[in-house]
Design a protein around this ligand. Sequence first.
Ligand SMILES: C[S@@+](CC[C@H](N)C(=O)[O-])C[C@H]1O[C@@H](n2cnc3c(N)ncnc32)[C@H](O)[C@@H]1O
Length: 335
Amino acid sequence: MAAAGTDASGLTSKDYYFDSYAHFGIHEEMLKDEVRTISYRDSIYKNKHMFEGKVVLDVGCGTGILSMFAAKSGAKHVYGIDMSNIIHQARKIVSDNGFADKITLIQGKMEEVQLPVDKVDIIISEWMGYFLLYESMLDTVLVARDKYLVEGGMIFPDKATMYIGAIEDGDYKDEKINYWDNVYGFDYSSIKSLAIKEPLVDTVDGASVMSDACPFKEIDILTVTKEDLTFKVPFEITAARDDYVHAFICWFDIGFTKCHKPIYFSTGPGAKYTHWKQTVFYTPETLTVNKGEKIRGTIDCAPNGRNPRDLDIIIDYSFSGEHGSEQHTCDFKMS
Ligand SMILES: C[S@@+](CC[C@H](N)C(=O)[O-])C[C@H]1O[C@@H](n2cnc3c(N)ncnc32)[C@H](O)[C@@H]1O
């Protein structure tokens, strides 16, 4: 029986507080995200010729699922690195599945551990956060790439594209933002100004999207630098129908483009559900937009100065249409 204050794995609530990846629950959510996990599995299993005899590094191995995909695909050896206590479970899982001699798991920060080999042929990693870049784990993959990836080596996945579109979302905006105007007869609008600065991670019905999708940032994981992940880029979206705009939404697509047949998955509103959902940025005013009219602007994205895992996002947009003109600079913070 576990001692008071600890669970069956011997971890205390303090461990879980400081180590958000320690509990199996968060890994359960990721493993059950089949769009995610099957895309990785397909990219590895359907490309055995790329993995056979190769040395593979799994950055942030979690429960070891990607390491085992690689080992099963014929990798000579896989090194899985994770700083979380989940690695104790991963060791057991790897051993229970007969891969103890093929997979070496090392607990530590990728930035600090020393691998027993100088170079690896392939890096696999699932590093994506909400709005792609929240949590900044891509920085860790870039450190691993620059230190360990052999010249001409491969990264799975190797491409990411971020998109922006516009949505009609009046009912939900009333529930989440305008709610604070009148709370049981009291003026809570000081909270409204805080709430609107927080992007909302939620599932958006594809039918709410009233514009085209504008790709605003393409990332090549083989060549991108940490500095490239702080950016200010233009966007232009065109209304696909007469409608109102209450918010922008962003999402991303992921590509394993070096596969024999490239494999992609999307976290967009029209695609199958993923645990990344979409990220909604409510606008201060509602726009009344006709089909064919355009909203132009810039998106500015930077790690927060005090906590680099948080993101400061500024959406600056202007619209001029039959039913009015708007120009706004909106600051958002993902934390
Ligand atoms: C999104 S999970 C992916 C887990 C697993 N690869 C999978 O696909 O199910 C990311 C993992 O990376 C680990 N991680 C994040 N930053 C890390 C770092 N700097 N060094 C080592 N591990 C890290 C976390 O502890 C977490 O287990």
